[in-house]
Ligand binder design. Sequence first.
Ligand code: AMP
Ligand code: ZN
Length: 292
Amino acid sequence: MPDTISTAPPCSPGENRGLPSLGAEGTALLRLLDDTFEQWGVTAGARPMTMPPLLPAADLRRLDYYENFPHQAVVATAIDVDRRGEYCTDTGCFPCSSLQPAELGLPSASCYAVYLDHEGREVADDTLVTVVGWCFRKEERYEGLRRQLGFHMREIVALGSREHADAHLREFTERITAFARALDLPLRREAASDPFFDKGGSKALLQRLSPVKHEFLFEDLAIASVNTHRNFFGDRCSITLAGTGEPASTSCVAFGLERWLSALTRRYGSWAAATDAVHAANDRLTPVGPVV
Ligand code: AMP
Ligand code: ZN
């Protein structure tokens, strides 16, 4: 087994803007990892869903996204043809004056769409949903497959009873730990100080008292996280626990797929060796019994 090496996959033109592309080998490994994580969810009973690529800014605002993470937020809008919106070749931009007001947001996490999709519904106490989506975060700097403006996030989301939401994180913490061991990928688990659904205020205080988010780090980089939200999304989206009328509890397990590519190619030195390692780890962990 090689020691961790520093060879990074070759750059692509969009990389400096946080928008790298992947060639055939990177694409195959991204799919293999995503299939692996999705299968963990499905085996545990998760319903696979496909979510829209944009969400109404009004909905994300309702979930406090713009209050907690204004510095990361990216919005989308159309050109205002009535105001003769024109592209400015000097700046390489469409000026604000040529755009319609932005009423759409690019999601920063895949699970927001799941809570919004379940709005106003009753859920069974053991509901699980799995989704993968493009997520967008404006960062201070971008770096290869490690820190991007747009990246893929696979999530397995629990909705239902508090016990179910808590057990979900325990079980997937074990699953991630076992997978990392089978991969011989050294991961550290750490409590994180920035719950993705609330940066400041009372919940951040609560976070310090009782962590609501743990990250799995390879070297200095978080490649996955487990997050509990108690009844925050159940309350905001009127998702109720069947038979109780009470807001459902939720929790989510998130995998940043490109960061897994970055960690695995760094650990194994090439796309081929990283891909072999994932196949071997999957074989070692198969047959995967239900996570429940
Ligand atoms: P978080 O919701 O902050 O826990 O993010 C979930 C996962 O997404 C992290 O564990 C990372 O793997 C990944 N991630 C977060 N931000 C970025 C980024 N800017 N570029 C690439 N991956 C990211
Ligand atoms: Zn999430």
